[in-house]
Design a binder for this molecule. Structure first.
Ligand code: GUN
Ligand code: ZN
Length: 432
């Protein structure tokens, strides 16, 4: 039986990138309704037009709520769910003091299942329908995450985090076991329903050249996988990388020389980039992921959104849970706005919403499936209440237009602003 419905509200979609339009709002389109059939978007239009197309379809009326593609969080660590908001350290000490001890627990499949389920429920409650996640060194953590995502029908990307040095006993594999375990996980999960595998060396300091070589070989053997890692997050991290790889031209080169630079590469943070690195990332069409709450929380630096966009880089947006201080892509957009202000280029609400949906989908090379509401796209949709608290309601009541109203929710909203989420056309909260 065909499952179809018409969803009404202020439906926001994008015809182009607001970063490339004359005015950011020129790239956006507002419609009254969207027709969803069998988990896919069929058509946008007026309610009457869509009812003519599908006279039997029930209507789900979302009033004046903003309806847009579900948020896509392009760089997260689901195993860091329970240690988010850990105080007072910078990257390398933060990893050693908080992150590694927590990640040690994921050899226990029951614990991995518990956190994977809690993490995905938390992010769905915040309107995020797709994430690209690091797991831990343990294959069990990958099985737990994909199992939980599959149960929820979600499109996700994940991979076993590989480390064979500069990590404690119990969190290290080897070049060979990293290859073999990752290859087995690819066979088990990659391309199953909506699940995709990412080859995942954590970052250069925790992999020997032999392990990076093995990761490069694995990626070459499975070119439809993404490859995710970290790049140039903190200045002392960069100095450390240069001392560990004395022949490398720069941080990116520690990946490039082992075949770990490519169009399906997704590089988290990418704050302190050198000219050659920017040039090569652009040349390969690799993706950079801006993690603004993490970059302020761990004290990493201010991502150059305007400069990188102007040179045509592919850029996504992410929470970086739990280096990031929130599960919310609304809070993440607010932090991106604030960093833009500190760099002299405030981002428009249309740009922020585009980054959190289509921008991140492009970073994950999924822009033809998710990240926008358009015919043929999968119906992953979030519905935002633009008056979810008294303070936001007051501000949006005084707004001159939809963008002003939406900006108040971006800056002050949280999970209370999420009035509904659809995953492949299935509503998460019944009765709405
Ligand atoms: N660099 C290497 N590992 C990590 C991590 O878990 N979080 C962040 N923010 N940076 C990293
Ligand atoms: Zn990260």
């Amino acid at each position: 039986m065909r499952e179809e419905f018409i969803l009404t509200g202020q439906v926001l979609s994008f015809d182009a990138s607001p970063f490339e339009a004359d005015a950011p709002t020129d790239a956006a389109r507002l419609s009254d309704a969207v027709l969803v059939r069998d988990g896919k978007v069929v058509e946008l239009g007026s309610r009457a037009d869509l009812q003519a197309l599908a006279p039997e379809a029930p209507v789900r009326d979302h009033g004046q709520d903003l309806v847009l593609a579900g948020f896509v969080d392009a760089h997260v660590h689901f195993p860091q769910t329970a240690m988010i908001a850990s105080w007072g350290k910078r990257l390398i000490d933060w990893l050693g003091s908080y992150t590694f001890p927590e990640e040690m627990k994921f050899g226990d499949r029951a614990y991995a299942d518990e956190i994977a389920g809690r993490y995905l429920d938390l992010t769905l409650a915040h309107g995020t329908t797709t994430v690209c996640s690091f797991c831990t060194i343990h294959p069990e953590s990958v099985d737990a995450f994909f199992t939980a995502a599959q149960a929820r029908g979600q499109r996700v990307v994940a991979g076993k985090t590989c480390m064979d040095r500069n990590a404690p006993e119990g969190l290290r594999d080897t070049a060979q076991t990293a290859y073999d375990q990752s290859a087995a996980l690819i066979d088990r999960w990659h391309g199953v329903e909506r699940l995709e595998y990412a080859v995942t060396p954590r970052f250069s300091p925790t992999s020997t050249p032999e392990q990076l070589e093995a990761m490069g070989a694995l990626w070459r053997a499975h070119p439809s996988c993404l490859m995710q890692t970290h790049l140039s997050e903190q200045t002392d991290e960069i100095e450390w990388v240069k001392s560990l790889f004395p022949t490398a031209r720069d941080y990116l080169d520690t990946y490039e020389m082992f075949g770990l630079l490519g169009a399906r590469g997704v590089y988290g943070h990418a704050i302190h980039l050198e000219e050659r690195e920017r040039h090569r990332l652009r040349e390969f069409g690799a993706a950079l992921v801006h993690c603004p709450t993490s970059n302020t929380f761990i004290g990493s630096g201010l991502f150059d959104m305007a400069g990188l966009m102007a040179e045509g880089q592919r850029i996504g947006l992410a929470t970086d849970t739990g280096g990031g201080s929130s599960f919310s892509m609304l809070r993440t957009m607010a932090a991106a706005y604030e960093i833009g202000q500190l760099r002299g280029r405030p981002l428009h609400a249309a740009e922020l919403l585009w980054l959190a949906t289509q921008g991140s989908a492009q970073a994950l090379r999924m822009e033809d499936k998710i990240g926008n509401i358009a015919p043929g796209m999968e119906a992953d949709i979030v519905v935002l209440d633009l008056a979810s608290t008294p303070a936001i309601a007051q501000r949006s009541a005084g707004a001159q237009n939809l963008w002003e109203a939406t900006f108040a929710t971006i800056m002050m909203g949280d999970d209370r602003a999420i009035s509904q989420v659809y995953v492949s056309g299935h509503p998460r909260q019944e009765g709405r």
